[in-house]
Design a protein around this ligand. Structure first.
Ligand code: SF4
Length: 333
C-alpha cells in the first residue's frame, strides 16, 4: 500500500452469492480502481444482521462465499484490504459517538431506509435497522476513506455520512475526512424475467458461480421481444432483456445486433448464443480463480484475517484521534 494513494471504501452485506448485477454495478469497478486507490473492502456482517438478525447461522458461510466472489472477480488481496466488520469493535464505538448527534427524524425520512423497511415488511423498525446509515458512516469515517463508490439508492446514505462527518469535525476537531461519492454510470441490470432488477430473492439472476451449462440455460430462458414469433419477424430490441445485456456485455456489436434484430435478419436463438459466449468469456477466468482459492481455503482465511488485522490497526489509530478530539482520554493513554 502506498500512503500517497487516496483511499476508497466499498463492500457488501454477506447474504449469498454475488451475481452479474453486482459485478457490473460495483465489483468490476472495484477491480479497476484497486490499482489507483488504496482499496478497503468491508464484509458488512453486522449490517447483514440488521435485516436478518435471526439468521446468524448462515453468516460464516456467507462471509466465505462473498470473499470467494471477490477473489474470483479479480480483487487482488496483495493490494486490496478485505476485512470483516464485526471483528473491528472500534466501529461500534464510533457508531455510538455519531449517534449522539444524529437525529432520529433524519433517519426516519431517509428514502432508502423507508423503501427498505417496506421491502422487508418492517412496521416497527428496530433501533439497529434505523441506525444502519450511522454505522455505515462509521465504516467510512474510521478508515478515512476519500471516496465511496455507490449505486443510486445509496446516495442518501452518503449525503448523510458527509453531514455526520462534517458535524463531528465542527463539534470537536477536524480529524475525519468528508468522503466524496463516486456514482457508477452503468445502468442497473434487469433480471432474466425482464421485469425487475437482477436479484437472488427474485430468482432472476445469473451468478458469478454459474457454470457454462447453467449460464446457457438461464440465457435461453430470458424474456425477449414477445412480438417476435418467427425468426424473420422484425424485432424491438428496446423491449428485450437480451438486448439490455448485449448493451452491457457486448457493446462493440450492439448497433449491428439492433439493426439485424429490427430487420429480422438475426434469430433470438443466435442472439442468445452470441450473448452466452460473451458472458462465458467474462466468467471463465473467474471460475479459474475461484477454483484456485476454493481449493485452498486456509489461504482465504488468512486473507480475511490479515485484511481485518490491517483494517483494525487503521481503525484504532483513527479512534485515538477521535477520543482525543472529544476529550475522552481520562488516563492519558
Ligand atoms: S434478436 Fe436479440 S435483441 Fe432482438 S428480440 Fe431477439 S434476443 Fe432480443
Amino acid at each position: 500500500m502506498s500512503d500517497k494513494k487516496k483511499r476508497i471504501l466499498t463492500g457488501d452485506r454477506p447474504t449469498g452469492n454475488l451475481h452479474l448485477g453486482h459485478y457490473v454495478g460495483s465489483l468490476a469497478n472495484r477491480v479497476k480502481l484497486q490499482k489507483e486507490y488504496d482499496s478497503f473492502i468491508i464484509i458488512a456482517d453486522v449490517q447483514a444482521l440488521t435485516t436478518h438478525w435471526e439468521k446468524e447461522e448462515n453468516l460464516t458461510e456467507n462471509i466465505y462465499t462473498i470473499a470467494l466472489d471477490y477473489l474470483a472477480a479479480g480483487v487482488d488481496p496483495e493490494i486490496s484490504t478485505i476485512f470483516i466488520q464485526s471483528m473491528i469493535p472500534e466501529l461500534c464505538e464510533l457508531t455510538m459517538y455519531f449517534s449522539l448527534f444524529t437525529s432520529v427524524n433524519v433517519l426516519r425520512h431517509n428514502p432508502t431506509i423507508k423503501s427498505e423497511a417496506s421491502q422487508h415488511g418492517f412496521k416497527d423498525m428496530t433501533y439497529g435497522f434505523l441506525g444502519y446509515p450511522v454505522s455505515q458512516t462509521a465504516d467510512i469515517a474510521i478508515f478515512k476513506a476519500h471516496l465511496v463508490p455507490v449505486g443510486e439508492d445509496q446516495i442518501p446514505h452518503l449525503e448523510l455520512a458527509r453531514k455526520i462527518v462534517r458535524r463531528f469535525n465542527d463539534l470537536y476537531k477536524p480529524v475525519l475526512i468528508e468522503p466524496d461519492t463516486l456514482v457508477g454510470d452503468v445502468p442497473r441490470l434487469v433480471g432474466l424475467d425482464g421485469k425487475a432488477k437482477m436479484s437472488k430473492s427474485l430468482n432472476n439472476a445469473i451468478f458469478l458461480t454459474d457454470n457454462p451449462e447453467i449460464l446457457k440455460s438461464k440465457i435461453r430462458s430470458a424474456v425477449t421481444d414477445p412480438a417476435r414469433i418467427r425468426k424473420n419477424d422484425p424485432g424491438h430490441p428496446e423491449v428485450c432483456t437480451i438486448s439490455q445485456y448485449q448493451k452491457v456485455f457486448n457493446a462493440a456489436e450492439i448497433d449491428e445486433i439492433h439493426a439485424n434484430c429490427r430487420q429480422g435478419s438475426i434469430g433470438c436463438t443466435d442472439c442468445k448464443n452470441n450473448l452466452f459466449n460473451r458472458i462465458n468469456i467474462l466468467l471463465e477466468p473467474m471460475r479459474e480463480r475461484r477454483n484456485k482459492y476454493a481449493n485452498n481455503m486456509p489461504l482465504v482465511t488468512e486473507i480475511l484475517y490479515e485484511g481485518t488485522k490491517k483494517a483494525r490497526a487503521v481503525a484504532q489509530d483513527t479512534m485515538h484521534e477521535v477520543r482525543e478530539a472529544m476529550q475522552i482520554n481520562y488516563f492519558n493513554q
